[in-house]
Ligand binder design. Structure first.
Ligand SMILES: Nc1ncnc2c1ncn2[C@@H]1O[C@H](COP(=O)(O)OP(=O)(O)O)[C@@H](O)[C@H]1O
Ligand SMILES: Cc1ncc(COP(=O)(O)O)c(N)n1
Length: 266
């Protein structure tokens, strides 16, 4: 069994952040490890506040994992402040995990900032070049490139521009489009299109966290990048389509749909 590590913030309502990451790793047959960067009070209705874990304690959590367990892939989510970003980058350089998937979380679906504006430049300069795959949504790709994204051609340009900043591959996600939910991958050489029907649903809390965690799991399990993205997208699609209505706002996706189906529970 492969061991996949999430470095992310929390969600006590179980839909996003570390909870989504660990459920996704388990649903992909991987052992879930997690380091917490920030404790967040949030639910399906929004983020109320958060406290950053100190850089020393983040470093110590990462050491505790890597000194004890072989890590096959790492997924990074909420990193909130420059100090958090720097300590994670130092530890990635020290331990050199085989696959690093970075979801550059900036603003939650509810509109709350999870990355302070002063950290945007640090994320770009310090963390982005360590990504094997970076998975910005459209607003995040706009911040990274400084350009507005209105159509598929703008998404293609953004994927190439962000790749030129140092990420080995870039997946610009189309969940925020008004039409279909097409995602575009630039692997440094070629563009790949992942066409997806948009599900008309409010169960989209944690879709980005789950997608990047599914990619990390699939890479750890030996899939090629393009196959990993295709599987991860299908996983999120099924998760939205089969979600139970939990909470009063944007509910979580269903993580174990395939397992439930096999067990005859759904
Ligand atoms: N309503 C939807 N129907 C189908 N796929 C969706 C929907 N919303 C998001 N997705 C997919 O979920 C993944 C996460 O995308 P997105 O919502 O853009 O990211 P984030 O959660 O970071 O804002 C992408 O693969 C996207 O295409
Ligand atoms: C700790 C944490 N990390 C990430 C997200 C973004 O998730 P989403 O954009 O899908 O709401 C979140 N709400 N909380």
């Amino acid at each position: 069994m492969k061991h996949v590590l999430s470095i992310a913030g929390t969600d006590p309502s179980g839909g996003a952040g570390a909870a989504a990451d660990c459920k996704t790793f388990c649903a992909h047959g991987c052992f879930a490890l997690n380091v917490i960067t920030a404790v967040v009070s949030q639910n399906t209705q929004g983020v109320r506040g958060y406290m950053d874990v100190t850089p020393d304690l983040i470093a110590d959590q990462i050491d505790a994992v890597f000194e004890d367990i072989d890590v096959d892939a790492v997924k990074i989510g909420m990193v909130s402040v420059p100090e958090t970003i720097r300590v994670i980058a130092d530890k990635l350089r020290q331990y050199q995990p085989r696959f690093v998937v970075i979801d550059p979380v900036m603003v939650a679906t509810s509109g709350h900032r999870l990355l302070v504006p002063e950290a945007e430049q640090t994320l770009k300069e310090v963390l982005l070049p360590l990504a094997d795959v970076l998975t910005p949504n459209i607003p995040e790709a706009e911040v990274l490139t400084g350009k507005t994204i209105e159509n598929l051609s703008d998404m293609e340009d953004a994927a190439k521009a962000i790749s030129a900043m140092g990420a080995r591959a870039v997946l610009v996600k189309g969940g925020h489009r008004v039409e279909d939910a097409t995602d575009i991958l630039f692997d440094g050489q070629e563009l790949h299109y992942f066409k997806g029907k948009r599900v008309d649903s409010t169960s989209t809390h944690g879709t980005g966290c789950s997608l990047s965690s599914a990619i990390a799991s699939d890479l750890a399990n030996g899939m090629s990048l393009a196959d990993a993205v295709a599987e991860a997208k299908q996983y999120v699609y099924e998760g939205i389509a089969h979600a139970e209505p939990i909470g009063k706002g944007h509910g979580p996706i269903h993580h174990f749909y395939e397992l439930y189906k096999k067990a005859g529970l759904q």
